[in-house]
Write a new protein. Structure first.
Length: 276
């Protein structure tokens, strides 16, 4: 009888372990998407991973990750900016190694020393710290920026390498930062809830000896619920080698991404979010 009980506990623990790299966002962490509707298949890479980004046993945002390019396709979150320190610790995603590993993001050191996982094994399906060393003209660009999060745990959760792309240094510290910090504050005036999806279009160049793709473009789209009768939207795109950001309608961005990805018509939000 005791054995049966133990078996049930072990089974339930293993099942819980599956809850981070998930089968779909709709069934696992739909709260980060307007009307619980994630972007459609127009963005999906050949070898995707759906990650409900978990830190301290809580989901903070959602990321569609490209295991082969070793960059996120997009991260989706609710805009809740707040003051606070910028974290310094970088984390990785254990469940990209396999479903039996912890569901919470962890430091490389923890996986190496506590779980006896080799660095080679961690690096097979995701970027590692070493990939981002000694970059020239590029740095680690957050898709979901820590400044858009309201508490320390949420900010810490953005410091996972599954939320990072090699971004042009001037763009990251210049026009893109200006959009994140100033334009977003202006645009979200009067919004009750703002749903954001930020993504990266894979490019033809790589860092870390071909391991990690350098995106050709970065883009962001927001859907803001003002009240039951009024919803507004906006979007931006930037080439990842120029310090400028182009403001678009949501419809214009979706059409641009449809061309850039070439996988069919892209839809980023539920149809109730205005495209004009």
């Amino acid at each position: 009888m005791l054995w049966l009980l133990l078996l049930q506990v072990v089974a339930s623990c293993l099942w819980l372990g599956h809850s981070e790299v998930v089968k779909s966002f709709e069934t696992s962490c739909p709260q980060f998407f307007f009307r619980e509707t994630p972007p459609n298949e127009g963005l999906e890479p050949q070898n995707p991973a759906w990650i409900c980004q978990s830190f301290k046993n809580q989901y903070h945002f959602a990321t569609l990750y490209d295991r082969e390019m070793r960059i996120p396709v997009y991260s989706a979150y609710i805009y809740q900016p707040g003051p606070g320190k910028r974290p310094k610790t970088w984390l990785v995603e254990p469940q990209l190694i396999g479903p039996t590993y912890p569901k919470n993001m962890e430091k490389e050191w923890t996986l190496l020393n506590r779980y006896n996982v080799s660095l080679e094994k961690i690096s097979q399906s995701q970027a590692i710290l070493r990939d981002y060393k000694n970059l020239t003209g590029l740095n680690r660009g957050h898709l979901n920026p820590n400044g858009h999060q309201g508490d320390y745990s949420s900010r810490m959760a953005t410091f996972t390498l599954t939320n990072i792309v090699p971004q042009d240094e001037k763009l990251n510290g210049g026009a893109w930062n200006n959009y994140e910090q100033q334009t977003m504050i202006r645009r979200t005036q009067g919004c009750k809830t703002t749903y954001v999806v930020v993504g990266a279009v894979p490019g033809n160049n790589y860092i870390a000896k071909g391991r990690v793709n350098k995106p050709s473009h970065l883009w962001s789209a927001a859907c803001c619920v003002v009240d039951n009768n009024y919803i507004k939207a906006w979007a931006v795109i930037a080439e990842n080698d120029k310090n400028q950001v182009q403001l678009l309608t949501l419809g214009e961005l979706e059409d641009t991404l449809t061309e850039l990805y070439g996988r069919g018509q892209v839809s980023l939000f539920d149809s109730d979010c205005p495209r004009e």
